[in-house]
Design a protein around this ligand. Sequence first.
Ligand code: ZN
Length: 486
Amino acid sequence: MDFKIYNTLDRKKELFVPLNPPFVGLYVCGPTVYGDPHLGHARPAITFDLLFRLLQNLNYKVRYVRNITDVGHLENDSDEGEDKVAKKARLEQLEPMEVAQYYINRYRDAMKYLNVLPPSIEPQASGHIIEQIEMIKVILENGYAYESNGSVYFDVEKYNRKFHYGKLSGRVLEEMIAASRDLDGQSDKRHSADFALWKKASPEHIMRWNSPWSVGFPGWHLECSAMSTKYLGEQFDIHGGGMDLMFPHHECEIAQSTAALKHESVRYWMHNNMITINGQKMGKSLGNFITLEELFTGNHKLLEKAYAPMTIRFFILQAHYRSTLDFSNEALSAAEKGLDRLLKAVSTLKKIKPSSESTVDVSSLKKECMEALCDDLNSPIAIAQLFEWVRIINQLHEGEQKITQEDLDKLSNDMHEIVFDILGLRDDSIADNQNLVSGLVDMILNIRLDAKSKKDWATSDKIRNELQNMGVVVKDRKDGYDWELE
Ligand code: ZN
């Protein structure tokens, strides 16, 4: 099936044609690991997880690289100030890599809850300092960078004479320079729009490495150029990330890769839009910053209750990734109800009795869902299509429509494939039910222990026999009991 992607670089939808089919190279900017994963992390993770799952379903062999930024990302995303990871380490008196590891673990746990598949490679910036230094050397050799006081800066003006700085974000260099003229003379940069490839470490800067220019650390944007080239080659298919990374991060990535390789490396740029909370941008200073753990536990003043990870995933998938998405208790509760209806319909499929004829056309479900998803990941249309089938499944269950065994098998397979494999939803009520069943069996067997201690053999035998009839085998032990399902 043809797959169309909206390429942010050309601002239009294009047919996706991989460089080396069936292989697809996918790079997505991952988290900077200095704080708990939050709502802002969930959207890109789920968007590109959907892309990853869909491409695999279309039989592509995807190498999905999602990096971890553990060095070089300075406060305010600028070239000056403290490193975000190092600052946390200083405040908590930890080694910076302890901070990074702690939040990497937290991030991976949260992704598991959201049923986000792990990427093929998850490289850390601090493990690729050599590759970054090598890339700086090439950019210097090619004449698009200069050394100043032990730091190395990218020469944006010189680059812009031959290439186009601003092509992704649509910004104009002259306007950027005019807007930041007052910064001139305050740094080692020749021009205010230049950005750091290597920074000389100040004495208090604790994350530092040797380089030909100084003991220092790489600039934030460089890791993605260096690691995408290392793992996906000089040209690769898709680069994704949040819209907030388009400038300066991705614009600088394009400039670095082009300056080093003399050609562009990314063929399709994809950007997910942002999440707002009750209509406002999310920010620590606004008091509406919600971590994923707070969402899962309901432990935040803006939340009326806890929301299950699958509710969050479904809520995000209900919007197209290029639209803004507003978080509110009402919207989340509606998503929770919708997901419940969808998952109930999937389990209702098992209860439907087949007929000798079908009054429904089961071929349309997969076809229409796949057409929507292959049209630039239009998950809301695919979900609307699924709800059309929720209605039909309920009619089949009520006997208002008929279906043959063969059609029922196809419907069931297609429904599972779209809901669980491609949209990546998970029926957590199955695990919940298992816990409930274990709890109930234990409760009943404890009542039986009580009866036995009172020599009420009639009740004790009755409980054991009736559980046995339901497939629960009870083994008495000196100190209690064991049980297992037949
Ligand atoms: Zn990046």
